[in-house]
Every structure is written in C-alpha cells, then in structure tokens.
Design a protein around this ligand. Structure first.
Ligand code: SF4
Length: 156
C-alpha cells in the first residue's frame, strides 16, 4: 500500500467514525457538466486510462484510454484487474457511496501530504475528471500514487 493510499484510508475511516462531525459542511460541486470518475469499479468502468507500477508505486498513464468491453470484464480476474489498472467511467454522483454533494473520496485524496514532485500531464481524463474539477490540478500528484482505493466495510 502506498503512503497516499494509507493516508486516505486512515483519514476517511476516522471521519466516518466521528460521524462526519469535524467536517460538517458538505462539499460544493463546482461543475454541473458530466464528469468521469478516476477510480471507477470494474462494474461501472468503460475504459482503462493507466496502469499501476508496483515498483515505483505510481501510475503510468496511457496515451489514449482503452475501452473495456463486457466480454473482457467477463474473462479477467476482476479484483486483480482493478488493482493493476486505473479505470474510469461516468461519475454516478448520488448513486455513489462517496457522494457528499461532491466526491468525498477525491477530497480525501486531495488532502494527503506528498512531497512536491513532477507529475505527468498526459492523463487522458484530466479535462473531465471529477477529482480535478473539484480539487484543482494539485490533486494529480497524490492521484498518481493511488490504485482503486478500497475502504472496506466502513462504507456499507
Ligand atoms: S462520487 Fe467520486 S468515487 Fe463516486 S463515482 Fe463520482 S468521482 Fe467516482
């Protein structure tokens, strides 16, 4: 697990345990246009935009997103595929467990500490990404250090 993933999980779970009391304000959605999720589950994903490099613990972006067909979803090991790749699909807003009048998961990723570093600007979803639209381009650094973040049963 990367340090960014660990921070997100710890902070998110503490926030849930406290009953959201230390962040009483709901998030503000800054854009009404349809945006995509940079952390889609395989069930909701329509394409892969990057893979995760276990050695460098960072995301390697593809030049173009690759469509995932239903046939591919049927044959791959879904858990492994989600860990090895970064998947995207339409943000489902109110239907998502992370929705809090904005994406609470993206907000937690944006609040992690990460030493300043060069971040690739080739991410193919950056112009339609929910996390970037709501948190600004500074989220690209911590986003490049996470996989599909599992928060376990705390959100169910
Ligand atoms: S609310 Fe966040 S985690 Fe949920 S689908 Fe939208 S961008 Fe993805």
């Amino acid at each position: 697990m990367t340090s960014v993933e660990q921070q997100v999980i710890n902070n998110y779970q503490s926030w849930l345990r406290l009953g959201h009391k230390h962040h009483p304000r709901r998030l503000k959605v800054r854009s009404r246009r349809p945006l995509v999720c940079p952390s889609a589950s395989i069930e909701l994903a329509d394409s892969v935009f990057a893979k995760f490099d276990e050695v460098t613990e960072s995301v390697v972006y593809f030049e173009d997103s690759i469509t995932i067909s239903e046939i591919v979803k049927d044959v791959v090991d879904r858990e492994r595929f989600q860990i090895d790749n970064r998947l995207t699909g339409q943000c489902i807003t109110r239907l998502c467990v992370h929705w809090d009048n904005g994406c609470r998961l993206g907000w937690f990723v944006s609040k992690t500490s990460l030493e300043p570093e060069e971040v690739s600007t080739v991410c193919t979803i950056k112009d339609s990404c929910r996390w970037r639209a709501e948190n600004g381009s500074s989220i690209c650094a911590p986003c490049s250090r996470v996989r599909n973040i599992k928060l376990g049963e705390s959100l169910t």
